[in-house]
Design a protein around this ligand. Sequence first.
Ligand code: PEP
Ligand code: MN
Length: 251
Amino acid sequence: MLAICAGPCAVESREQIETVAAAVAHAGANVLRGGAFKPRTSPYAFQGLGIKGLELLRAAADRHGLAVVTEVLDPREVKAVAGYADMLQIGARNMQNFALLRAAGESGVPVLLKRGIAATVDEWLLAAEYVLVAGNAQVVLCERGIRSFDPATRNLIDVSVVPLLAELTHLPVIVDPSHGTGLARLVEPMALAGIAAGADGVMVEVHPDPPSAASDGQQSITPEQFATLMTRLGAVASAVGRRLPAATLAA
Ligand code: PEP
Ligand code: MN
């Protein structure tokens, strides 16, 4: 079964995360994403709701039968975040934060390891190794685009890395076409491409009102667009012998 992780870039309010959780669960996602501790380029940008955000995220996920994946930024916060999450996200900017990798490894909680913005495949796999040698075998790799010379898209999503990683590692791989392109209209085609290439899932940013999002609005799709994406993803999944999670009944 594919992992379909969907939700806002950042948890912003009870109403926002509840609306998204209900919509993505209804459309067939199995994991709710949402950042409570956000790695922002500017220290003046919205930094996330912190623990309050984790509470809102967990409650919304539980109401709709979803698992939770959320980012942890600091090794000292791994225990606290693990108290709310089913999977710890280590973001692109922290892919080689070795203290964080070790702490996440020691937590025993599954880890979603995003590819660094300029990371080679070898560097990425060695970062995963830090979690594995700390005693945590549950690591999923997430291709989220690498920085290129071309500002036409936010990042350059590397679809070829999906079959390449299948040769190099047993670890599951998902693709994130939201950060991978930075453009909402490119999310669907690149999600389809990722699954067609053999990915074990996708991570997609979904917001009830993308223009008002506190972060990553340009790359966020609406719940309606997500539902359409899921229908098309179902067709591609069956073409490559995979299946989507069963949609939960609306709560
Ligand atoms: C995110 O998932 O919102 C995020 C910050 O991702 P990345 O680390 O890939 O930029
Ligand atoms: Mn984001």
